[in-house]
Write a protein that binds this ligand. Structure first.
Ligand SMILES: [Zn+2]
Length: 264
């Protein structure tokens, strides 16, 4: 295979992969998906994520951060513990962080607080942020407009916004959009939006085990399936898979400071 893909967002430490985690990584590598970026969720997910990154140091790369759905009472202490971890090992990003108003609107004030704190870390540590946005673009843009500066860079992961929201993100300069399985869902309308976004601003992801692309929609998602996203992106951009793989991998490698993939 002459090109490689990077799954820039996969939760492969979750229980959904307990029975076949190794096999799943093998299938990804065989499909040309050579690097896997692991966003953190909460304190419980850290050990499993670290174990995978220790077992596959040239393939799996961890992020550190508190997911907006897990910002609850006592989150300040959780953030304090997470912040210390950055001095103990390397992370490719602060993530995933952001605002989610789909599952719980009542925690919005503390979600904003946690988001702001973690944006501050990213600036101090010179790391990108990986943003989770669900029913919350306005709230996220409000925070970003206040805190964005030339030190801040990152990704709007699993981007499913409209053309106007895409333009707003492009305006921040140093931000990419992560495209996942939703691109393959015709009714999403995402293909039309993505058509107008420069390929230099796009990376691909699975968000596995969630958001499975066609033709496996409805089943568990896994990193090998990022190729279906890339194939659809090639169709949308009227180019070939190799060009998509080359450009999106280059974008991801630059954003996350990744090494060249090893040839295992
Ligand atoms: Zn995620």
């Amino acid at each position: 295979m002459s090109f490689t893909l990077i799954d820039t967002h996969t939760h492969l430490y979750l229980d959904a992969f307990n029975d076949d985690r190794e096999a799943m990584i093998r299938r990804a590598l065989e499909a040309g998906v050579k690097q896997l970026l692991l966003p953190n969720i909460d304190l419980e997910s850290v050990a499993g994520m670290h174990a995978l990154c220790d077992a596959y140091p040239t393939v799996c790369f961890p992020m550190m951060g508190l997911h907006p759905c897990d910002v609850k009472d006592g989150f300040e202490e959780v953030l304090r513990v997470m912040r210390e971890k950055f001095s103990q090992r390397n992370y490719v990003a602060v993530g995933e962080i952001g605002i989610d108003l789909y599952w719980d609107k009542t925690t919005l004030p503390i979600q904003i607080q946690a988001f702001e704190t973690q944006i501050q870390w990213a600036k101090e540590l010179e790391l990108p942020i990986v943003i989770h946005a669900r029913d919350s673009f306005n709230e996220i843009f409000e925070v970003m407009d206040r805190l964005h500066d030339e030190r801040l860079r990152g990704v709007f992961h699993c981007f499913t916004g409209n053309a106007e929201q895409a333009q707003k993100i492009l305006g921040y300069g140093n931000f990419l959009m992560g495209i996942g399985g939703v691109l393959t869902y015709e009714k999403s309308g995402l293909a039309e939006v993505v058509k107008a976004i420069p390929l230099e601003k796009l990376i691909v992801e699975t968000d596995s085990p969630f958001l499975t692309p066609k033709p496996y929609r409805g089943k568990r998602n896994e990193s090998a399936y990022v190729k279906f996203v890339a194939e659809k992106l090639a169709e949308v951009k009227q180019t070939d898979l190799a060009s998509i793989a080359t450009q999106t991998s280059q974008n991801a490698r630059k954003m996350f400071n990744l090494p060249e993939p090893s040839s295992n």
